[in-house]
Ligand binder design. Structure first.
Ligand code: NAP
Length: 248
């Protein structure tokens, strides 16, 4: 029996666990950080919470006799991705990065690229108005000083405090339909969308809606570890399964 550890918290991490759990000779463990209140529970085993840095993850890999580590975390989860590289090297466990491709601007798109969240905040300050903020609850502090904008903030779980001057919170979990996104942006009179370049289909309807409404999009680029991952990469679940079956 080969034990596979999936660092998850994403749709594709969930889908991969479901796929592998049905295969003979494989035991799958999904790991979640514990950020969302009621995460979807994939088939197989599940553990929740940090490992205690790269050393903790390396200890876990050895203690649990993990045969293959799969980093299926979000493209912006740079700390755990760095830890995965270090821990896999230290414990001599092969590592695969499951990483969906980033979005690319289409001809009619009006993207303004931000290298990081602070730059996105500066661009918001310049735009002002009514801003649809979809970067997640962990990144709100970057926008705290902005006083010339009303933020429409969409998050999975309502945060205890929102460090913004003027805002409305929408709690909802994707995927969202194009109809939903068009209706939301129109109802809130949104004049600019802010998003991370997460990639994938599940959250792309907002980009199509912005395209149709001819709205500018402040697009936050991926962190370096996602732009230059230091292990083999599978872009989707099927490619990850094929890689694993060849490796085990
Ligand atoms: P991060 O900054 O890269 O990681 C911070 C710490 O959280 C890590 O050092 C690790 O703690 C723990 N951690 C993160 N992912 C974990 C996992 N799958 N299993 C166990 N521990 C984990 O991570 P983040 O950006 O806050 O993301 C946290 C989780 O939310 C990830 O699983 C990610 O896939 C998911 N997510 C993130 C985003 C985003 O925009 N960042 C969006 C959607 C989903 P220790 O050092 O103690 O091990």
């Amino acid at each position: 029996m080969k034990r596979i550890l999936i660092l998850g918290g994403t749709q594709e991490g969930y889908a991969l666990a479901e796929r592998l759990a049905d295969m003979s000779g494989i035991e799958v463990i999904s790991s979640l950080a514990g950020r969302t209140q009621s995460p979807r529970r994939p088939k197989g085993q599940m553990r929740v919470g940090g490992f205690g840095g790269a050393e903790g993850l390396a200890r876990y890999l050895r203690a649990e006799k993990i045969a293959h580590l799969i980093n299926a975390t979000h493209p912006f989860a740079d700390q755990i991705s760095t830890n995965a590289v270090e821990a896999a090297t230290a414990a001599q466990v092969p590592l695969l990065r499951l990483l969906r491709p980033g979005w690319r601007a289409q001809a009619e798109d009006r993207w303004i690229t931000a290298r990081h969240m602070a730059e996105a905040a500066e661009l918001c300050r310049r735009e002002g108005g009514r801003i649809f903020l979809t970067t997640g609850s962990n990144d709100l502090a970057a926008f705290a000083e902005i006083r010339n904008a009303h933020f429409v903030v969409r998050v999975v779980d309502a945060p205890e405090t929102v460090p913004l001057h003027d805002y409305a919170t929408i709690t909802a979990r994707g995927p969202f339909s194009l109809q939903n996104e068009l209706a939301l942006m129109t109802a809130h009179h949104v004049n600019v969308l802010v998003t991370k370049n997460s990639g994938g289909d599940a959250t792309s309807a907002k980009l199509e809606a912005a395209r149709r409404l001819r709205l500018p999009v402040i697009m936050v680029e991926r962190p370096q570890i996602a732009l230059e991952p230091r292990s083999p990469v599978a872009e989707d679940v099927e490619a990850a399964v094929a890689h694993l079956l060849a490796a085990l």
